[in-house]
Design a protein around this ligand. Structure first.
Ligand SMILES: [Fe+2]
Length: 142
């Protein structure tokens, strides 16, 4: 359980950094709508990160809260070449990360008779936010 939640925290953190990176570097005719959408999404991710981390702390588990630790625990790949990406490529990358995290959470439900109610609530809320973010990104691709 501990490692699953730490991975969820790390994945959410890496996706938040990637989303903010794209918020800064996006260009093109739809600049403003993507710039704003990415801002809304990293704000949501930031708030999710805090909830996940504080829930992990409620089990007295120490959070490995460094960037190096997040990179060790995450299953996502960073994206550091955003200046070379077109806006729709950014959207596709974010979309696939949201889908991946959402699928990982679904897998946690399937293995998780061990989860307590509060953890299940948190996982449900996180999955719902990722699904909503994925829907917005998918819809903006046309
Ligand atoms: Fe900004």
């Amino acid at each position: 359980m501990k490692n699953s939640l730490l991975q969820l925290l790390a994945d959410t953190y890496v996706l938040s950094v990637k989303t903010q990176n794209f918020h800064w570097n996006v260009t093109g005719p739809q600049f403003y709508s993507y710039h704003k959408l990415f801002e809304d999404q990293y704000d949501q991710l930031t708030s999710g990160i805090d909830k996940i981390a504080e829930h992990i702390r409620s089990f007295q588990i120490i959070i490995p809260g460094s960037l190096a630790a997040f990179l060790k625990f995450t299953c996502l790949k960073e994206s550091d070449i955003s200046s070379l990406l077109k806006s729709d490529q950014m959207v596709k990358k974010l979309l696939s990360d949201h889908e991946l995290i959402s699928n990982n959470i679904t897998n946690l439900f399937n293995i998780g008779k061990e989860w307590d109610e509060v953890t299940l609530d948190l996982l449900t809320e996180r999955k719902s936010e990722h699904d909503q973010a994925a829907w917005m990104l998918r819809s903006s691709l046309g």
